[in-house]
Design a binder for this molecule. Structure first.
Ligand SMILES: Cc1cc2nc3c(=O)[nH]c(=O)nc-3n(C[C@H](O)[C@H](O)[C@H](O)COP(=O)(O)OP(=O)(O)OC[C@H]3O[C@@H](n4cnc5c(N)ncnc54)[C@H](O)[C@@H]3O)c2cc1C
Length: 339
């Protein structure tokens, strides 16, 4: 299955967490956002059965460092949560630009703030969002990403002015979870293809899968897929236990770690899958930023050192190769059961 639709679906569902900061808006937007259908019409979100929502955080001069954003938001008729602001500036990377609305960061008087920016203005005219061009990306080509500019586009403040990062981070966290789960899925798909190929391709009078070295390679891949899947679903389970303090601590610590590890692990797969996988480490913050996010989630230096040590020891056990010492038959069975 082509994975291009995953990004808009991920962003749409992740937006729920941020929209909940503005309950009045959430009450009318959420039913359309959670609908299980797709309404392709280019119309104001209020008139649609189902909508999708994108995000506009990064800017040309800032990238990861969103505090360097220069897009400005000027209050139109009073300041505060839910109020309309005129937004002027640009976004360097806005994926799924056909979305019905975007959650964007812009500088208001009180600092960097989060806004709900629909495709249509309140008077029914098209909002002043200009698609400058589509990105010519290495992978993930079926999912458009655009450079856009805003010229007094109308957006609505979510939460308080100055709390933009704290507000949009709930969306970012959920997209990181999805990136981990979807990368584990793409890895599994690539492994199934590799095993299928090895089962049918003959070299030196044997099927590839019967060549001991190839079996070692496939078993290694199977181990990575199992580890990535287990880690991603363990993280997903921690999101289900929202009120449990252990689950909360695990979620805070392990979301960036899991996103980093799972998105960085896949290396051996077919080209299209590889190009989709290549994009996931950069999406929702690149690798180093995920490491920094993890460090920020632990309070003191001593705690950081302890948790870092336990993560490192866990990671090294994942990389161990328990296959040495196994018979070729048991390795083959293990690889085949992962397909
Ligand atoms: C396919 C795709 C789709 C995207 N879609 C969207 C979207 O819809 N909306 C959106 O807002 N953005 C989107 N982005 C942008 C993405 O979020 C950014 O690429 C990402 O935040 C990194 O920013 P940057 O590329 O400008 O890298 P930079 O900020 O220039 O960082 C460059 C490198 O430096 C590292 N780095 C940064 N800070 C530190 C530090 N303190 N210490 C050590 N290393 C550091 C980073 O990890 C990175 O590897 C998309 C990107 C891609 C590839």
């Amino acid at each position: 299955m082509e994975a291009g639709h995953c990004c808009p679906i991920t962003m749409t569902h992740a937006a729920v967490a941020t929209l909940l900061h503005e309950p009045v808006l959430a009450r009318s937007v959420l039913p359309k956002l959670l609908a299980r259908s797709y309404d392709p019409r280019f119309a104001p979100w209020q008139k649609k059965q189902a909508i999708t929502v994108g995000m506009g955080m990064t800017e040309r001069q800032g990238g990861t460092d969103v505090r360097a954003n220069t897009t400005v938001a000027t209050a139109i008729n009073g300041t505060g949560p839910g109020k309309a602001y005129a937004i002027t500036g640009h976004k360097w990377f806005l994926s799924a630009p056909m979305s019905d609305a975007f959650l964007v960061l812009a500088q208001a008087k009180g600092g960097l703030s989060c806004f709900f920016l629909p495709r249509f203005s309140p008077d029914g005219s098209v909002n002043r969002i200009k698609l400058e061009r589509l990105k010519d990306k290495l992978g993930n080509r079926s999912n458009g990403s655009a450079e856009v500019s805003f010229d007094r586009a109308v957006g609505y403040l979510i939460s308080e002015e100055g709390r933009g990062v704290q507000t949009i981070i709930d969306m970012v966290t959920l997209t990181r979870l999805d990136r981990a789960v979807s990368s584990a899925g793409l890895m599994r798909q690539a492994l199934a293809r590799a095993i299928h190929h090895a089962q049918h391709r003959s070299v030196f009078q044997k099927k590839l899968i019967d060549q001991p070295l190839m079996l070692q390679v496939l078993a290694d891949m199977a181990l990575d897929v199992e580890a990535a899947t287990a880690l991603a679903f363990k993280l997903a389970a921690s999101f289900d236990g929202r009120d449990d303090p252990d689950a909360t601590a695990y979620r805070r610590l392990m979301t960036p770690v899991t996103k980093y590890w799972v998105c960085k692990t896949p290396r051996r797969s077919s080209m299209r899958r590889w190009s989709a996988l290549a994009a996931t480490p950069m999406w929702r913050r690149a690798a180093s930023r995920c490491s920094i996010a993890r460090f920020r989630s632990t309070p003191s230096g001593r705690d950081r050192a302890t948790s870092c040590a336990s993560i490192c020891s866990g990671r090294s056990s994942v990389r161990r190769k328990p296959w040495s010492g196994c018979s070729p038959e048991s390795r083959r069975q293990a690889a085949a059961s992962s397909a």
